[in-house]
Design a binder for this molecule. Sequence first.
Ligand SMILES: Nc1ncnc2c1ncn2[C@@H]1O[C@H](COP(=O)(O)OP(=O)(O)OP(=O)(O)O)[C@@H](O)[C@H]1O
Length: 259
Amino acid sequence: MALLELKGVTKRFGGIVAVKDISFALEQNEIVGLIGPNGAGKTTIFNLITGVYKVTGGKIFFDGKDITDLDPVSIVKCGIARTFQNIRLFNKLSVIENIRTVLFREADYNMVEALFRSPKVTKIEKQLVEKAMEYLKVVELEEYANYRADSLPYGLQRKLEIARALALKPRLLLLDEPAAGMNPEESLMLVDLIRKVKERYNLTIILIEHHMDVVMELCPRIIVINFGEMLIDGTKEEVQSDPRVLKAYLGEEYTYVKG
Ligand SMILES: Nc1ncnc2c1ncn2[C@@H]1O[C@H](COP(=O)(O)OP(=O)(O)OP(=O)(O)O)[C@@H](O)[C@H]1O
């Protein structure tokens, strides 16, 4: 059974059809690229899957369950987490506190116990800090644990967003332009990081990205959207040589073949 399935999903904003009759399914452990020109509807698809926007038409299934009308918090609980194109960290909190804000769900103590800092609270808090550090280690940010989030360079903030999404223990991870603002060297490190977390947490991933080298390195399968419509859902080889994709997005002189 597919882990995620979109069936004829449409989203209108007034007169604009941002997403038109999109259908695709993802198997467990797949990593799929979602590409297309600016304004094509990619982020809107993420917003529909995560319940931020309600569909105008169609259905979304996760692990066989209809999640079309669920609210964003319930969708996170189902096992879907995301990062954002425009980074959304708690800027004034430290790096480790940004992870703690997610792990608080696991803090099994009440207000009174917290006020008196009972031994139980101290123990749970210590465990949560250890857990948060584990996620920071995975994305190689442990040495920045006590830095303010907004003091980190852009590339590291993106890694912190990934760590925070991982702390939600998702089965499906939606990455919205994780390489934006990264230089080529950082992009390469990001490719390694995404591979590593996919293995380690047994993830299924959809990757929106304009850095084609990152997409081609990571994604054997790519979905191309143009003006809200599906242009092609194929292997990276098919996508790279499709005249419609070259015309609409990659450019007719595109020659990337590595990966
Ligand atoms: N909340 C909204 N209200 C009105 N229109 C919206 C809204 N969100 C998205 N749109 C419109 O939907 C279309 C698709 O936008 P979307 O952000 O999904 O594109 P995208 O493919 O992610 O683009 P980019 O690569 O630039 O991030 C655009 O025309 C956009 O202006």
